[in-house]
Design a protein around this ligand. Structure first.
Ligand code: PAF
Length: 287
């Protein structure tokens, strides 16, 4: 496995691969890899001849006061895990090269980016779409793989890719969970033992909604209340939002939910902010 740090070297490598007819699969990450990231590499491998993973803690998607400085990093561990999972190239650029001092261009997906996560983190998605757009222009992939855990991010990237004619197939891998149901996240490392237990409220609340849905409950407000009740059982868990939305438009569903409805939750457990979601009626959703 090769590690490339310079943008021009990555671009030349991508050009050479494309000229040789190789299909490039791309997995953008911020590092501190867990099994969820490794699933993304494995999915990319199924579609592509060469898998490139980027590791870049993107400063523009963190607002002032968020966890940019303390975001966990361990490049050597990431390098080993990525190679074992079948990654061919790690692209690890510097912030200085990704964002030159007078950088002033942004990509912003307007409507999808202002709902749910966007309402709580107003500059977050603009940072994500801008860096992913830059990475797409550097890595020139045929496929790019994102995780369903960041469902809104995946929908926004899909929309950006279509709107800006990037010509890349966006693939989404299911949420990878710990044995007790907690969705895997690099931020789980912030949780104390007690908070780790309390954090299970997120996945439990979604399982409750899935069970009700399987039993025939279709009223959006009833599903909302059941999720809310589960989430607010513990005083340590502070709910940011519960969204019952269309999984493509992220528009809220009032009245009865249809066969494909996304329930997305965000909550703070102590000082750690966690998100999770499920698509009701989706048999691929792992429980
Ligand atoms: O999901 C993430 O880890 C990040 O938002 C991404 C897509 C790598 C962009 O920095």
């Amino acid at each position: 496995m090769t590690v490339i740090e310079s943008i021009i070297t990555m671009q030349k490598e991508a050009e050479a691969l494309r000229s040789a007819g190789r299909r490039i699969g791309f997995v953008p990450t911020m590092g501190y890899l867990h099994e969820g990231h490794l699933d993304l590499i494995r999915l990319a491998r199924k579609h592509a001849d060469v898998v490139v993973m980027s590791i870049f803690v993107n400063p523009t998607q963190f607002a002032a006061g968020e966890d940019l400085e303390r975001y966990p990093r361990n490049f050597e561990r990431d390098r080993t895990l990525a190679a074992e999972a079948g990654c061919d190239i790690i692209f690890a650029p510097s912030a200085g090269e990704m964002y030159p001092a007078d950088d002033s261009s942004w990509i912003s997906v307007e409507e999808l980016g202002s709902a749910l996560e966007g309402a709580f983190r107003p500059t977050h998605f603009r940072g994500v779409t801008t860096v992913v757009g830059k990475l797409f222009n550097i890595v020139r992939p045929h496929y790019a793989v994102f995780g369903q855990k960041d469902a809104q991010q995946a929908a926004i990237i899909r929309r950006m890719t279509r709107d800006l004619h990037f010509g890349i197939d966006i693939l989404v891998a299911p949420i990878r969970r710990e044995i007790d149901g907690l969705a895997m996240s690099s931020r789980n490392t912030y949780l104390s033992d007690q908070e780790r237990k309390e954090a299970l409220a997120l996945s439990r609340s979604l399982r409750t909604a899935e069970t009700l849905f399987a039993q025939g409950e279709r009223r959006s407000h009833a599903l909302y209340r059941a999720v809310e009740e589960e989430l607010t059982r513990s005083e340590t868990v502070q709910v940011d939002y519960i969204g019952i939305v269309d999984p493509d438009s992220f528009l809220p569903i009032e009245g009865d939910v249809g066969p494909r409805t996304l329930i997305a939750v965000a909550a703070r457990v102590g000082s750690t902010r966690l998100i999770d979601n499920t698509i009701l009626g989706d048999e691929a959703t792992p429980s």
